[in-house]
Design a protein around this ligand. Sequence first.
Ligand code: CU
Length: 219
Amino acid sequence: MMSWLPENVSTFGREVDFLFYLIYYITGAVFILVTVVMIVFLVKYRQRQGRRAIYSHGSTKLEIIWTVVPAIILLVLTFMSQGTWARIKGHMPRGDIEVQVTGKQFNWEIVYPGPDGKFGTDDDLMAENEVHVPVGKVVRVRLLSKDVIHSFYLPNFRLRQDVVPGREIMAWFEATKPGKYEMPCSQLCGFGHSGMKGWLYVHAPEDYANWVREKWPGS
Ligand SMILES: [Cu+2]
């Protein structure tokens, strides 16, 4: 069936996609089943000359079935997704690179800690709407907001995290393929929301080294 997710270039993307498609197929099958039954019943029990309406109290057996079956499906999905959730959201791997991303109406403000790896020092580099990272390295993203709730979204990485004023929220990803990827805000944050979009540049190791040399000459 349709595969309409953007290309996955994240180490944990396959796990997320597996769960997504599993839920997609289950709900798709239920949707088709319910629609077909509804249409059949509409035709079968339509108004006809001489047919009298009957009173039915329902079917206890059927009601138990359509309550228990979805409950079991939900429980199974919960247990199946636990491991993935724990790996991606519940635990924060040691990062090779860290960047700070601050959402504000209406762009992303990026801060790179520079060669010393510390924020708030002289070698910090500020940028707007552009994040540069190397491929195959764990990138930790420190998420802040200056005004309202935004949502940091990397569709190709299956990563989405709300950015909340007054909180510092960590997210992480590891890219598997160099390229230029969209980095929109996915939480309606005001009139300029739809234009709030940055780009994530994933570089091959030598390109990334060049970029670092260019930004911090002499490091
Ligand atoms: Cu926003």
